[in-house]
Design a protein around this ligand. Structure first.
Ligand code: SF4
Length: 320
């Protein structure tokens, strides 16, 4: 433990936590007070009522908890939001015998990578301030990653509904520590810099961005190829897959803010072999054993073998 931890002010604690987060490899870090997200709760409720969440039924559960971190950890006073850049300079191709895989799933599963770094950060914080209670959140917990990142000043949520950072664009993974410590919050939100741009809305082949900032998951290629458990992909999406086997990056590929993309220094996000474009015949020949072996510690397992092979079959049929 440091000698002067007990004398720390909220401001000095914040500074030390941010320095440590950067030392753990996070590219952006911000701190915000843990208030209830009243406006977001209303928006979430409206989105759910419009049935725009598709297969993601878990979004319906506990909306109060999802919009108030104090219901996840009652002693919560502060949220430390982090972003980890995952951009590597590899490109998809339109080779018809292959299917494109979303950038986020090229390397190791980000839940593990971000979660591991956050766990180390939390352990360090507990060493400094033993009274600390905290929880690591990376996507899976009922905590709104993008909203906290926005509130903590890491960036803004673009019209495609992803977080965009001014420094590195949108190829970032998000996570949080919710803590019982009183910390000095950051100055505030980053202004929305989408302006009059509508490139993502126009580029989406299935018109899934139904209005600025609102995505209809039922039309989204990412949702269809990752979350959808149905044996077939609905026609209006399957006829417009544009070669995507798992996920889709179109709305981010066209975003002008991604001109600021920078190569990550996290080697675990480098693509595994044949994981930028996957050979469709290879995917169709996978057995449960070879699938488990090939995609060990990969986010692609989210689609399950049946989902991935359904996607591959759909691509083959539409190319025929
Ligand atoms: S493409 Fe344009 S509208 Fe869409 S998120 Fe990027 S800046 Fe915003």
């Amino acid at each position: 433990m440091s000698n002067n931890s007990n004398n720390d002010t909220p401001a000095s604690r914040s500074r030390k936590i941010k320095e440590r987060a950067c030392a753990e490899g996070f590219h952006l870090v911000g701190i915000v007070k843990a208030d209830a997200l009243e406006l977001e709760r209303e928006r979430l409720q409206e989105w759910l009522e419009r049935r725009l969440h598709g297969e993601m039924r878990w979004m319906e559960r506990e909306p109060e908890k999802r919009t108030d971190p104090r219901l996840v950890l009652p002693s919560t006073r502060s949220v430390v939001a982090v972003a980890l850049n995952y951009y590597t300079p590899h490109k998809h191709t339109d080779e018809p015998s292959t299917g494109k895989i979303s950038r986020y799933a090229w390397g190791d599963n980000y839940h593990d990578v971000v979660g591991e770094k956050l766990k180390r950060l939390l352990a360090w914080i507990k060493e400094q301030w033993p009274e600390t209670e905290g929880k690591v959140c990376v996507d899976i917990q009922p905590v709104m990653d993008k909203v906290w990142a926005e509130r903590a000043g890491l960036g803004w949520i673009g019209k495609h509904s992803n977080l965009i950072t001014r420094e590195r664009g949108s190829w970032v993974f998000l996570g949080e520590l919710i803590l019982n410590l009183e910390l000095e919050p950051d100055a505030g939100r980053v202004e929305d810099h989408c302006g009059t741009c509508t490139l993502c809305i126009e580029a989406c082949p299935t018109k899934a961005i139904v209005e600025p900032y609102v995505v209809d998951s039922n039309r989204c290629i990412s949702h269809a190829t990752i979350e959808l458990r149905a044996p077939e992909i609905p026609d209006d999406v399957s006829s417009n897959l544009k070669g995507w086997l798992y996920g889709c990056d179109i709305c981010q590929d066209v975003c002008p803010w991604n001109r600021f993309e920078q190569q990550t220094d996290e080697s675990r996000f480098e693509p595994r072999d044949n994981n930028v474009n996957a050979n469709l015949s290879d995917i169709l020949e996978l057995t449960p054993e070879t699938y488990a072996e090939r995609f060990r510690r990969s986010a692609i397992k989210r689609a399950k073998l049946t989902g991935l092979q359904r996607n591959a079959r759909t691509l083959v049929e539409h190319k025929a």
